[in-house]
Design a protein. Structure first.
Ligand code: PLP
Length: 256
């Protein structure tokens, strides 16, 4: 078994144990591989134990890898912050944008979908940790924001997403993860037409147990499957600077 396949097995055991600890059924949990900085060869290696959903953070990297993996059936979500002027580029390569964090990006995606005659699944991203550096709509605006996005004809709101508080101990991120579940309940009780929140996308390598206890249905895992990011996997695609992309991400999306 390859190292990645072994890591996936371990991770699946963790999921089963975490579900057992809180009386949930592991079949409720979808695993998404956070593949930023991972070259196509390693994604394919992981897929041998799959299939799994994958998620990318940066538009250019997403498009390059989608092209490189064009012959393979790999479902991809956008999970990183999306600038309006790049929205068109990702659309052809993703089945869902999880990082809808403001009305203007929802409107832009909707206009593009109208023009292309397609419907797009989206998750609404909330900043549940209160950290200034985090992307995501303010929880205080949850119902209004959901209502506004729900009026866009070609987007289907399918879930909520958050990046929990990055804390030295996962117990500390519990409040921010619980907050997303509370937002789901709040939005559901508002009974907005066309809104069916099937997914709570939360939980990463360090806090997946807490996320499962708080109701996650989709975990986004990178490190504990692929290893720590930032070392140049030059053996795979020496001409691409995946490692540098990873450092940028860590600064923009994680450490900051
Ligand atoms: C990188 C990333 C993850 C996965 O984080 P790990 O700690 O490597 O498991 C999940 N969600 C988002 C939005 C990410 O950028």
């Amino acid at each position: 078994m390859s190292r990645i396949a072994g890591n996936i097995k371990q991770l699946q055991l963790r999921i089963v144990r975490a579900c057992a600890a809180c009386g949930r059924d592991p079949s409720e949990i979808t695993l998404l591989l956070a593949t930023k900085t991972q070259p196509p060869a390693r994604i394919l290696e992981a897929m041998e134990a799959g299939p799994f959903l994958t998620g990318e953070n940066r538009v250019q990297e997403l498009v390059e890898k989608a092209d490189a993996l064009a012959g393979h059936r790999i479902e991809r979500h956008m999970i990183g912050h999306l600038q309006s002027n790049k929205a068109g580029k990702v659309l052809d390569h993703v089945t869902c944008v999880q990082s809808v964090d403001r009305l203007s990006i929802a409107q832009k995606l909707n206009r593009l979908c109208v023009a292309r005659g397609r419907v797009l699944d989206v998750f609404l991203q909330f900043n549940t940790s209160g950290e200034d550096s985090k992307f995501g709509m303010s929880p205080a605006r949850a119902v209004d924001f959901t209502r506004d996005v729900s009026r866009l004809s070609h987007l289907r709101i399918r879930g909520l997403m958050t990046v929990g508080l990055l804390a030295p101990h996962p117990v500390l991120s519990r409040g921010s993860l619980a907050r997303l579940r509370q937002l789901r309940d709040l939005i559901t009780s508002a009974r907005i037409e066309g809104v069916h929140l099937r997914h709570l996308s939360m939980g990463m390598s360090t806090d997946l147990e807490v996320a499962i206890a708080e109701g996650a249905t989709m975990l986004r895992i990178g490190t504990d499957i692929f290893g720590t990011r930032g070392l140049p996997p030059g053996t795979f695609w020496p001409e691409k600077e995946w490692a540098r992309a990873g450092e940028v991400h860590v600064r923009e999306g994680q450490a900051s």
